[in-house]
Design a protein around this ligand. Structure first.
Ligand SMILES: NC(=O)c1ccc[n+]([C@@H]2O[C@H](COP(=O)([O-])OP(=O)(O)OC[C@H]3O[C@@H](n4cnc5c(N)ncnc54)[C@H](O)[C@@H]3O)[C@@H](O)[C@H]2O)c1
Length: 332
């Protein structure tokens, strides 16, 4: 039986990835510090974390509590399990929090990557690859054409991050590539963006808006909500990760894995209003430091991986809403 080792595997994406690999017949080892970014987690739904840890009952799943920066424990765990594939998700995953706590971000986003790669270098069995998780924040402000329209970001364009999180993510990519160059560690790099869906409790815009709409609170659009994101349903991303972890052709590549469509925050609010018609949408003027983003070009992932994201924002938010409603009504 093949084995996958997922750092940060108890987090939002890790939960869906664990389910995906189990469904494909893999044995899964999650390696996670299991503090879930406390004290940063301001989640209204901490029970999602319990749901995530309790809802997968499978004897092929081993949960290890461990810090990726704890070199000894990481190495021992890897040597014991000898996974075929290592997926590195562990990070201080919320850009705003990383920007406020740069040393914490440095440790969990960048140092964790350095420690992991340095340990992989020393493993004496033939694992297949590491799949490293970067972010669309590595691009910085997306490029625009002469009419001011956002040009879909391509993997081969220059990255120019403007925040601490994006800078650490880009540095992590260079670390992975450097270890490949020097020590031949096989890798794939993934750049996701604006991931959303069931069990998210990381207080990103999709979760905040869904929760506010369900609680009858207004959805606040910053400066009219015209900022675009490439909202990506988490199960589509998990499928992309699986392809990146298993396809031979993926090796040595960086892939955007998103829906491949730029939608505004206003669109998101309107989708939610369609599901909950009483939702009030208001706008506020506010200074925004986030980079201007939008659609990512996913043609490379389509061509090489056969990546085919299924969920539009409308479909994905409907599923997410139905999950949250059922969860709240105690049906799950
Ligand atoms: N969710 C998104 O929209 C998105 C977008 C782009 C990139 N990403 C990246 O995807 C990855 C997963 O994101 P997520 O949304 O699942 O985040 P998450 O915060 O839900 O999961 C991250 C997990 O990593 C663990 N962790 C943190 N530091 C650790 C350490 N030093 N050792 C061991 N475990 C540690 C946490 O306990 C948590 O369970 C992250 O690298 C994130 O930066 C996420």
């Amino acid at each position: 039986m093949k084995k996958v080792f997922i750092t940060g595997g108890e987090g939002f994406i890790g939960y869906h990835l664990t389910k995906r690999f189990l469904a494909e017949g893999y044995e899964v080892i999650t390696y996670d510090i299991q503090t879930h970014s406390i004290p940063f987690d301001k989640s209204n739904w901490p029970q999602y974390i319990i749901y995530r840890t309790e809802s997968i009952k499978d004897e092929r799943l081993t949960r290890v509590r461990g810090d990726v920066c704890d070199r000894g424990r990481l190495k021992t765990t890897l040597e014991r399990h000898k996974p075929d594939v290592i997926v590195h998700l562990a990070a201080l995953s919320i850009a705003g929090v990383s920007n406020d706590y740069p040393e914490e971000a440095h440790r969990n986003v960048l140092n964790s990557t350095i420690t992991l790669m340095d340990v992989l270098k020393e493993l004496d069995y033939g694992y297949d690859r590491i799949v490293h998780t970067s972010s669309s924040m590595a691009y910085g402000n997306f490029l625009r054409d002469d009419e001011g329209n956002i040009i879909p970001a391509r993997e081969d364009q220059m990255c120019d991050p403007i925040d601490i999180y994006g800078s650490m993510k880009l540095a992590g990519e260079y670390i992975v590539k450097s270890f490949n160059h020097r020590f031949k560690i096989p890798y794939v790099i993934i750049r996701p963006s604006a991931v959303y869906g069931p069990t998210d409790c990381n207080r990103r815009v999709t979760e905040i808006f869904l929760r506010n709409a369900m609680d009858g609170k207004p959805l606040k659009l910053d400066n009219g909500g015209l900022h675009q994101l490439d909202f990506t349903y988490v199960e589509d991303l998990a499928e992309g990760f699986f392809l990146a972890a298993t396809k031979k052709e993926a090796l040595g590549n960086t892939f955007n894995l998103t829906r491949g469509e730029g939608r505004t925050i206003k669109d998101l609010a309107e989708v939610l209003k369609g599901l909950m018609p009483e939702t009030e949408i208001i706008t506020r003027e506010i200074e925004v430091y986030r980079p201007n983003r939008g659609q990512l070009d996913i043609s490379k992932a389509k061509r090489i991986l056969g990546f085919d994201p299924k969920h539009s924002l409308e479909e994905g938010m409907k599923s997410y809403y139905e999950f949250a409603k059922a969860f709240e009504e105690g049906k799950r």
